[in-house]
Write a protein that binds this ligand. Structure first.
Ligand code: GLU
Length: 311
């Protein structure tokens, strides 16, 4: 256990209603913090103004509270929303610019979105955009032609490894396996990869528990984190809930969102069921989150995805 107090977080994106998959990761993040006497922070990851809203964020908070997953700091009441932290991202961006690590990219919007989404299946391994080599005159000509640039960060030719609390050692070569990645979209919206690092760093988060689909983002986040002068948190990636095809449950699976679940079940039934799926209970009996704290240990938590046979 680290000497300093554990600071963990929930970092939901309010782009839709909370669903069973988010709740699974949120319960484990909460148990991790509570079982170590740490501080739980709630940060609303509402970077994308087209997909996120304050109403959806308020609904997410309500769903978390309904489940009994509380937090000590952050949330809407304290303005802990990425949409309000542009100045912090601007400062980090300038720092990277001063280090010569940023270049403008004039590629199409579809390519940029694929490169910036946290759960993107289309991550472009080894990507170094041709824009990296453009001269200032070429960039100026593109700007004059009305093209708006996104901004990419230039990754080093380096392998980085992370020892994940659940999944063990994970290695990536930043240049070959990740490639340069977007930190600011051409419409000015900050990218998740930059925002999450700046926020965890500035908010003193030293413990990250989240879905294993974000494991592949972790080495680049650690690199960005140390490049910006922060100390990286420790990580624990948890299994995903998947459908029978092995696809991660998402906000598209409306039958498993909290609008429906709250009509059918009590919070204790859901928490107890999730604890069972995680390996923390032998049977899916009802439980309050607090009931699970004394017996919580990562050794009991399953490491493989959970297949839910949903219609
Ligand atoms: N906001 C991200 C999501 O909802 C999570 C980011 C993170 O935990 O690093 O998927």
């Amino acid at each position: 256990m680290p000497d300093s107090k554990v600071v963990g977080r929930f970092a939901p994106s309010p782009s839709g209603r909370m669903h069973l998959g988010n709740a699974f990761a949120a319960l484990l993040a909460w148990l991790d913090v509570r079982s170590q006497g740490g501080t739980m922070l709630l940060r609303i990851e509402d970077l994308d103004p087209d997909r996120c809203s304050l109403e959806k964020a308020a609904q997410l908070e309500d769903d978390l509270r309904w489940l009994g997953l509380d937090w000590d700091v952050g949330g809407i009441a304290e303005g802990c929303c990425q949409s309000r932290r542009g100045e912090a991202y601007e400062r980090a961006f300038s720092k990277l610019q001063d280090m010569g690590l940023i270049y403008p990219c004039f590629c199409t919007r579809a390519e940029r979105l694929a490169a910036s989404a946290p759960h993107s299946p289309g991550e472009r391994a080894g990507y170094r955009c041709p824009c990296a080599a453009r001269t200032e005159a070429e960039r100026e000509a593109l700007r004059r032609a009305g093209r708006r640039a996104a901004f990419l960060v230039r990754v080093p030719d380096e392998e980085l490894s992370v020892t994940d609390g659940q999944l063990g050692v994970y290695r990536q070569h930043l240049r070959r396996d990740v490639g340069d990645f977007i930190v600011r979209r051409s419409d000015g919206v900050w990218a998740y990869q930059l925002a999450v690092v700046v926020d965890d760093g500035e908010m003193g988060v030293n413990r990250v528990v989240r879905g294993r689909d974000l494991l592949s983002s972790t080495p680049r986040q650690i690199w960005l984190c140390t490049t910006l002068g922060f100390v990286p948190p420790t990580y624990c990636h948890v299994p995903l809930l998947t459908d029978s095809q092995g696809r991660r449950l998402s906000k598209r699976d409306a039958d498993l969102d909290f609008g429906v679940l709250r009509q059918k079940y009590t919070p204790q039934q859901i928490v107890g069921g999730l604890a069972y799926l995680a390996g923390l209970q032998d049977v899916p009996k009802s439980a309050e989150p607090a009931d699970l704290v004394p017996g919580f240990t990562w050794a009991k938590v399953r490491k493989t995805d959970v297949l839910l046979d949903c219609p």
